[in-house]
Write a protein that binds this ligand. Structure first.
Ligand code: GLY
Length: 407
């Protein structure tokens, strides 16, 4: 073995050892997020389209979107989390301002299933932290709007109510991402909304469980159903490498979504399923636990990573670790989540001086050639959410608490 080869192997082993044993400094990482969010806040244009969505690889400037974009709720959500983490008034003021930009979504016809991402991350977090009754009204209206997309013959929400390539419009399509938007329905049904919203969420989750997964519990991205009979027509990809591949973020939405379903229903079927979709994801991760954008891309190890999936999964696993009834699994989930956050908090993944996002190396829509190896707003959202959850667990408080510690 040459000296270089042995040095290289030693470095890899050292890295794996460090990731395996490091304790992420959550206070430092949350403070870092606050500094970056403040930089972004200061750079946002005063007029016009102003919600940050992504920064292309090697660039410094955010690309902005309007309130109708599916990613519009993440920036206000980040500001609410920055407020929760720092108690600084400037973040609360900005979070309120950017949340309010999304108000029209609660009054218009549903554009698609993303209402949960948009309204629950913004107003949902706002209500959780402030109990502002105006926010509650908006969430309840948005939940009713989302419910208009439910097709009882199929048993799921229509994710994209418009022609999308390969979705055989006007047949019914459901994408795995839609699992995240059930949380708003569960919440609404408990907070003054109709009981029907709960039933819709449960029906969606159970129908998806039946039709959206391969026997090894890896998820398809999209399922097309006959809208009259409810029969499954086909299962395909839209953002993944291939119909039969495991698109990393799709699987992360499944992990997060079924964890929420178990929290909200306490039906053990959902817990069992959340663990199954998690275990298959954890099995084939690279050493730093940040997945390649698709687990089956033949270009691996030269394929781009998806830090956003790692953030979503880290956050979900912290919750799952508190819900799992199997002590060994619970311990593994907590440890893996900590290791993921350690990787994401390293110089390899944090943006630091490179740009004002929190993280680098996310992949949005590879087949479309968009947002590849970029900073993407939802990666930052789930990263800070996971850091806050871990900080609460480290301090011995529930992840559902609105304060980071008992004092
Ligand atoms: N469509 C949501 C996502 O890219 O994960």
């Amino acid at each position: 073995m040459t000296i270089f080869r042995s040095l290289f192997l030693t470095a890899i082993l050292l890295f794996i050892f460090c990731i395996g044993n490091a304790q992420v400094n959550t206070s430092k990482a949350i403070a870092y997020c606050a500094v970056q969010a403040d930089k972004t806040l200061k750079s946002i244009p005063v007029n016009g389209i102003n919600i940050p969505r992504n920064i292309a690889q090697g660039k410094k400037k955010w690309n902005y979107i309007g309130y109708k974009d599916w990613c519009s709720g993440f920036w206000p959500g980040i500001l609410w989390y920055a407020y929760e983490g720092t108690q600084e008034q400037k973040f609360k003021t900005a979070a309120d301002k950017f949340s309010r930009e999304l108000t029209p979504l609660s009054m218009m016809k549903a554009f698609d299933h993303d209402l949960g991402f948009q309204i629950f991350n913004s107003f949902g977090n706002g209500y959780r932290l402030t109990k502002n009754p105006g926010y509650k009204k908006i969430i309840l209206a948005a939940a009713d709007t989302l419910a208009t997309l439910f097709n009882p013959k199929v048993g799921t929400i229509l994710s994209w109510p418009r022609p999308v390539p390969n979705m055989e419009w006007p047949q019914h399509n459901t994408i795995i991402d839609n699992m995240i938007n059930l949380e708003m329905l569960f919440w609404a049904s408990k907070n003054g909304g109709s009981k029907r919203l709960y039933d819709i969420a449960v029906s969606h989750a159970k129908t998806t469980m039946k039709n959206h997964f391969r026997p090894d519990y890896t998820s398809y991205h999209a399922v097309v159903y006959d809208k009259q009979t409810g029969k499954k027509i086909k299962a395909v990809t839209h953002q993944g490498y291939a119909d039969n591949s495991m698109w990393a973020r799709g699987q992360s939405w499944a992990i997060y979504g079924y964890t929420v379903c178990y929290r909200e229903t306490k039906d053990p079927v959902f817990l069992d399923f959340a663990e199954k979709v998690t275990d298959v994801y954890l099995k084939d991760l690279p050493a730093d636990l940040v997945p390649y954008w698709d687990f089956n891309d033949p270009a691996i190890p030269n394929a781009p990573r998806d830090a956003s999936a790692a953030g979503v999964v880290a956050s979900a696993l912290l919750e799952l670790s508190t819900l799992s009834r199997n002590k060994t699994k619970a311990k593994t989930y907590r440890k893996k989540a900590e290791q993921m956050l350690t990787s994401l908090s390293s110089a390899q993944y944090q943006s630091r001086e490179k740009n004002s996002a929190f993280l680098l190396h996310s992949t949005g829509h590879k087949p479309n050639g968009s947002e590849i190896d970029a900073s993407i707003i939802y990666a930052d959202y789930y990263y800070i959410e996971a850091l806050l959850r871990l900080k609460k667990l480290q301090n011995g408080v529930s992840i559902y608490s609105t304060s980071l510690s008992t004092n």
